[in-house]
Design a binder for this molecule. Structure first.
Ligand SMILES: CC(C)(COP(=O)(O)OP(=O)(O)OC[C@H]1O[C@@H](n2cnc3c(N)ncnc32)[C@H](O)[C@@H]1OP(=O)(O)O)[C@@H](O)C(=O)NCCC(=O)NCCS
Length: 178
């Protein structure tokens, strides 16, 4: 357990937590992204949060995967990949913020900001020089959130998932020097 602030705790996700994580994301993901998908996000949710994929992600080296706990309740997930390099970004020692999904009911309370700033401090301590992440351009809540925290555009791709609506396929890679 890592205490980020008085009310926010990070609890490492274990192999025995796959069902809990799936149930959590079954609630969180569609609230945020169902409008991106023809099937409301069911296919994406089932692939990213299948038992097989969660166990694979938990077994990957140089990663941390946490439940976010706010006032004793699990309200999100948070995954970090240490030493993941962004193509075209020539900074040594980069960290990827892979997943940060918080439940809609606690958005806008500063929890996301505290988690990102916790990661920035922790990364600096570990002598990392940059953090980067993928963010969907049309999901302004997230796109503007990272922009306001000082994350800069590096590149973009168009996702080719079959069930994704065409107009939301653009995903940017943004980074911040530490
Ligand atoms: C994006 C997310 C992590 C932000 O966390 P949060 O705790 O809600 O955000 P905070 O309260 O810390 O910060 C709010 C900031 O977000 C930005 N923001 C939030 N909603 C916004 C919106 N609709 N339009 C523009 N900016 C917005 C603002 O910069 C705001 O800063 P301010 O409070 O100074 O105005 C969270 O909302 C979330 O998990 N969303 C759904 C899942 C998701 O999209 N995850 C990101 C995947 S890349």
């Amino acid at each position: 357990m890592i205490r980020v602030s008085e009310n926010i705790i990070l609890k490492p996700i274990l192999n025995s937590d796959t069902k809990t994580l799936f149930q959590l994301m079954k609630e969180i993901y569609p609230l945020a992204y169902s409008h991106f998908w023809e099937d409301k996000g069911a296919w994406y949710l089932n692939s990213q949060y299948s038992e097989k994929n969660i166990l694979k992600e938990l077994s990957q080296k140089n990663t941390d995967y946490y439940f976010v706990i706010y006032k004793n309740e699990i309200i999100g997930n948070f995954r970090i990949i240490w030493d993941a390099k962004l193509d075209g970004l020539s900074i040594k020692r980069q960290v990827k913020l892979h997943r940060l999904y918080l439940h809609q009911k606690i958005h806008g309370k500063g929890i996301g900001k505290q988690l990102v700033s916790w990661l920035e401090e922790k990364s600096k301590h570990k002598n990392y020089k940059a953090i980067w992440l993928d963010t969907m351009d049309t999901k302004l809540q997230a796109f503007e959130f990272y922009k306001n925290l000082g994350y800069q555009y590096q590149s973009h791709v168009f996702l080719n998932f079959e069930l994704m609506h065409d107009e939301v396929r653009k995903m940017s890679q943004v980074y911040k020097k530490l």
